[in-house]
Design a protein around this ligand. Structure first.
Ligand SMILES: Cc1cc2nc3c(=O)[nH]c(=O)nc-3n(C[C@H](O)[C@H](O)[C@H](O)COP(=O)(O)OP(=O)(O)OC[C@H]3O[C@@H](n4cnc5c(N)ncnc54)[C@H](O)[C@@H]3O)c2cc1C
Length: 386
């Protein structure tokens, strides 16, 4: 790619966009009335199996996958509309999120027929969750340095080592894990493979890692002589490096990169009310206009995916801009609502709680899914600048 190839063409939204948005909002109202979830600052990080199963039943997980694998053959733009509504309304998505966004597409593209027929329908129904096992204690940005190893044995592989920062492994059924399989010293990139591991198998220990907000989101996953059968290799043995670029495009382009804290903005607007001061109106107007730009860039990526393109560089740009926006937004929100007023709000006030959590989580947004520096390196490389 050269700089002249770099563009975000406006997406042509599907004709049923308004109807789809209405359907999702009705579904969310129904879920709340039934008591499946209630708006909470913690929804995004907690998830709800009951909610994911109901969403799966509506056909809103695995929306773009083939019907024969449990999917619904809808467009990436329709999926985009549904996802945006779910995120903006603070729905609890954690139980199916990684499987829908990235592990499912990974299996669809590189997995074997058994995995597609057996695992994908379980993802699409909301029944099975899948975590992402890339980072290790001494290897985060430099994934080619991973040391957790799979050694070939009769009928499968023996795995030893550890992964870290593994989000939601403690309630996931599977882990899509990157392991070293190459035996040559020069095989840094060429010697890694992707496996799907059932987290209930013997030899796997999942230890909590508590984040800065005092919550249990991620984990340390330890493998001690874990047997993984051959049919759980995703793609080519020693060939996972070239699969990673495509997977990370799915991870980075998703609207959660700029809607993670959207509920804070909505609650801020409610809190400020219909007669904002000039400063409040200006700051909120600025945040909303930035949001509108991010939304259009993100929809443009969904449109590119529908056209069979691989918008890796564009996805990195959206993640970089989106996470920058999300880091700033709660700090601006904090200055717009008088501190005395906030202190007087009752315990458990949704605005106060969401703001508090957003401020604590903000630093992590430019680390997870690739740090800011790594993204900018990738963008520069993609544009032929380095
Ligand atoms: C909330 C959260 C959830 C996460 N969930 C998961 C998960 O589910 N699964 C998973 O596998 N991982 C997960 N991670 C881990 C995440 O992917 C890594 O933290 C990230 O890739 C950075 O790796 P590191 O922490 O080892 O930092 P390092 O790679 O050591 O980086 C440290 C600093 O050095 C900079 N740096 C490193 N290399 C370069 C370079 N070449 N050029 C310029 N600067 C550089 C980085 O940008 C960073 O600022 C999660 C992280 C967080 C915060």
């Amino acid at each position: 790619m050269s700089s002249t190839d770099f563009r975000f063409e406006p997406a042509k939204m599907p004709a049923n966009t308004a109807e789809l948005r209405r359907e999702v909002r009705e579904f969310l109202d129904e879920m709340q009335k039934k008591g499946v979830y209630k708006p909470s600052a913690h929804n995004w990080s907690e998830g709800s199996r009951e909610f994911s199963l109901a969403l799966g039943k509506r056909g809103w997980i695995g929306m773009i996958w083939p019907k024969r694998y449990g999917g619904h053959e809808r467009s990436a733009l329709e999926r985009y509309v549904v996802t945006e509504e779910l995120l903006a309304n603070g729905a609890p998505l954690r139980c199916h999120w990684s499987a829908d966004r990235q592990n499912g597409p990974l299996i669809l593209q590189f997995g074997n027929e058994w995995q597609k027929q057996t695992i994908l329908p379980r993802f699409a129904s909301g029944e099975a969750s899948c975590a992402i096992g890339l980072s290790e204690p001494d290897s985060g940005s430099d994934l080619a340095a991973i040391r957790t190893r799979a050694v070939k044995v009769e009928g499968g592989w023996k795995v030893n080592g550890a992964k870290i920062w593994t989000s939601f492994a403690h309630f996931s059924n599977y882990l899509a894990v990157l392991l070293r399989t190459g035996t040559q010293p020069e095989s840094r990139h060429a010697g890694v493979s992707r496996f799907l591991v059932d987290l209930s198998w013997p030899g796997i220990t999942i230890r909590p890692v508590i984040n800065m907000a005092g919550e249990h989101d991620f984990n340390h996953v330890i493998f001690d002589d874990v047997f993984v059968p051959d049919n759980m290799v995703i793609g080519e043995v020693d060939g996972a490096w070239k699969q990673l670029g495509q997977e990370l495009a799915h991870e980075r382009s998703a609207p959660d990169r700029w809607t993670y804290e959207l509920h804070v903005l909505r609650l801020l607007i409610d809190r400020v009310g219909k007669n904002p001061s000039a400063v409040q109106a200006q700051a909120i107007g600025r945040m909303v206009s930035h949001l509108w730009t991010l939304k259009n860039m993100s929809a443009s990526i969904a449109g590119m995916l529908d056209r069979g393109l691989n918008p890796g560089v564009e996805a990195s740009i959206v993640k970089d801009l989106g996470t920058h926006y999300e880091q700033e937004m709660p700090h601006i929100a904090r200055t717009l609502v008088d501190e005395g007023l906030r202190a007087a709000l009752p315990e458990g006030d949704l605005f106060n709680e969401s703001l508090h959590l957003a401020l604590l989580m903000a630093p992590s947004l430019t680390i997870k899914g690739g740090t800011r520096e790594i993204l900018r390196n990738a963008i520069a490389r993609g544009l032929g600048l380095r």
